[in-house]
Design a binder for this molecule. Structure first.
Ligand SMILES: O=P(O)(O)OC[C@H]1O[C@H](O)[C@H](O)[C@@H](O)[C@@H]1O
Length: 561
């Protein structure tokens, strides 16, 4: 069928969503708009689906959600177990609608559903999936994308994002399911009446909070430390779980950024709700200055990432990068657990290969094995699963990625900004209680292990031609391996396309280790049309390390044009 024919089929159907029929009427006769919506379909991958909201096979709408859920249902039916799927959603536009639609498809397939009756974040979904022994979990979210997006993250029975094998089966089934007529569907009320759709119980929520709070390193400490916090849920799911946990551990001086407090899928005060980006933290920073807060936290809409600003001695605020926070937390957890006598035998931490080598130094100092895995938090979840299979789950201390994702504990298998917010506040409270601060501890770490500087620079390659160019660049780097960058010799180059040499699954990643201890990683992003370069440089002080990075970046830039 051509895209025009598919458009006509949709335009003639009752799409049960006023917005969709109106959009199709509006684009009548506009070939480009029709092609964009109907020429291709959103692809279901290991991260599920993500796309712009609207009508068509290349958009997020109830029909694409039903089709994807039929794929998930078909896969669940091939599995043993409870035949149950957990569902949650965040503040995105149509979040609750998509969650209900997905529940209706599962129920029509005879599969039981456990649905949150209010928006809840990724870690709560991962937790419910495990708690109810589900075969799968579905999170309706587009994470930190702009407001016009929504998406569908799929989870396996362990609460980790779906494996490649399972996602491939789901995708195959999706392709056999006609988007408008192929998915079975039952009305939500009927599903509830038949007992197929149930809400997540209070017992599960309470168990989630207990699991998070059990990860405190110095329980009770925050109660008396007088920490002053500014928090922004960025109009997403963080408000309820983060404030609940913080209050439970005794942090009461919390000012919430008023315009970003309540769920709002339009994200009117920050168009790109990604805590990696300054704009997303700007309102929080203003309020932190006004309140003279010790710390400012902002969680992304599905509350799996958290961004931080810390107060410096002169009263100014400094943003903390994902790498720095990963190192601070690793250091705090190790030091605190050693002091409290709760350090497990043979402790294990995990980070992605693009995260800072400074963490290796810290782990070594505390006698912790720091495992390196590919980018994607599911690889951290996979390490916990391996420990679990060996009956050694308690060895897992902490996992992090430079992209602002952290997890301390094995109760969920995706990044958790709720536990991260709790531990960051506990850590800040601790340093405050001993007359120090996060900033001071970070400086001590640099003095002890060396002045590392990490920076990510991304190069955009939009469209199909961009995809080709990215392939050319990566194969060019493989065919003519660079021997030096800016006069610094490449001491070792690691190509992750060669699994025999890395011991990790095959991945399109190149790492260059330079003779002065610096390193550069080059990889195409898995989530955006970009090549990302990750720099680690060293210097006597920050200025020198930054200059080193600039020189290296300038040398690499021409290779990525
Ligand atoms: O670098 P990318 O492939 O774009 O991925 C960036 C990030 O995306 C998601 O948040 C994943 O869960 C992370 O594991 C990953 O680091």
């Amino acid at each position: 069928m051509t895209y025009q024919e598919e458009y006509k089929r949709w335009a003639a159907a009752d799409l049960q969503d006023f917005d969709l029929n109106r959009e199709l009427r509006e684009i009548a006769g506009d070939d480009e708009a029709i092609r964009d919506r109907f020429a291709v379909a959103l692809t279901f991958g290991t991260a599920g689906l993500r796309g712009v909201l609207g009508a068509g096979t290349n958009r997020m709408n109830i029909w694409v959600v039903r089709q994807a859920t039929q794929g998930v249902a078909d896969w669940v039916k091939t599995q043993a177990g409870t035949q149950t799927v957990a569902i949650s959603y965040d503040s995105r536009l149509k979040g609750w609608t998509f969650a209900r639609e997905a529940a209706g498809v599962l129920a029509a397939n005879g599969i039981h559903v456990r649905l949150y009756d209010e928006l809840m974040p990724v870690p709560a979904l991962s937790f419910a999936t495990r708690y109810y022994h589900c075969n799968a979990g579905i999170m309706i979210t587009a994470s930190h994308n702009p407001a016009q997006y929504n998406g569908y993250k799929a989870y396996g029975p362990d609460g980790c994002q779906m494996t490649d094998d399972a996602a491939a089966v789901v995708y195959e089934s999706i392709q056999k399911t006609d988007v408008l007529t192929g998915a079975r569907h039952m009305g939500f009320a009927e599903g509830v009446e038949k007992g197929l759709i149930q809400f997540v119980g209070e017992d599960c929520r309470d168990a989630f909070y207990r699991a998070v709070e059990s990860c405190q390193v110095r329980p009770g400490l925050a109660k008396s430390a007088g920490l002053k916090l500014v928090y922004s849920p960025l109009n997403g799911t963080g408000l309820v779980p983060v404030t609940r946990v913080l209050k439970d551990i005794g942090i009461t001086d919390i000012s919430i950024v008023p315009e970003q407090e309540y769920p709002n899928g339009y994200f009117t005060t920050c168009s790109y709700p990604n805590p990696e980006i300054f704009d997303a933290l700007a309102r929080g920073l203003e309020l932190a200055k006004e309140k003279d807060a010790d710390l400012m936290l902002a969680t992304d809409p599905d509350a799996d990432r958290v961004g931080i600003a810390m107060k410096c001695a002169d009263g100014s605020y400094e943003l903390v990068s994902g790498n720095e926070m990963g190192v601070l937390l690793l250091d705090y957890i190790c030091q605190g657990r050693a002091e409290k006598g709760t350090m497990p035998e043979k402790p294990v931490a995990v980070m992605s290969i693009v995260s800072t080598p400074l963490a290796d130094k810290v782990a070594e100092h505390y006698g912790v094995e720091l495992r390196h895995v590919l980018t994607g938090f599911k690889w951290i979840g996979d390490q916990i699963a391996r420990l679990e299979a060996a009956g050694e789950t308690e060895r897992f201390l902490f996992g992090f990625e430079e992209s602002y994702g952290y997890l301390a504990g094995s109760y969920v298998r995706d990044k958790d900004a709720v536990v991260a917010s709790m531990l960051i506040c506990e850590m800040a409270a601790y340093y405050r209680s001993i007359g120090s601060s996060l900033k001071e501890r970070m400086e001590e770490i640099y003095r002890q292990y060396g002045r590392y500087y990490n920076k990510v620079e991304s190069f955009s390659f939009p469209g199909l031609s961009g995809m080709d160019r990215m392939k050319e660049i990566m194969s060019g780097l493989r065919q003519n391996p660079p021997q030096q960058f800016a006069g610094k010799t490449v001491k070792k180059a690691i190509d992750y396309a060669e699994p025999d040499k890395t011991g990790l699954p095959k991945a399109n990643v190149l790492i260059y280790m330079l003779d002065d201890g610096a390193s550069v990683v080059v990889r195409p992003s898995g989530t955006e049309p970009k090549i990302k370069t990750y720099f680690t440089t060293l210097g006597q002080d920050l200025d020198e390390a930054k200059k080193e990075q600039e020189v290296l970046a300038a040398a690499i830039k021409p290779l990525l044009a």
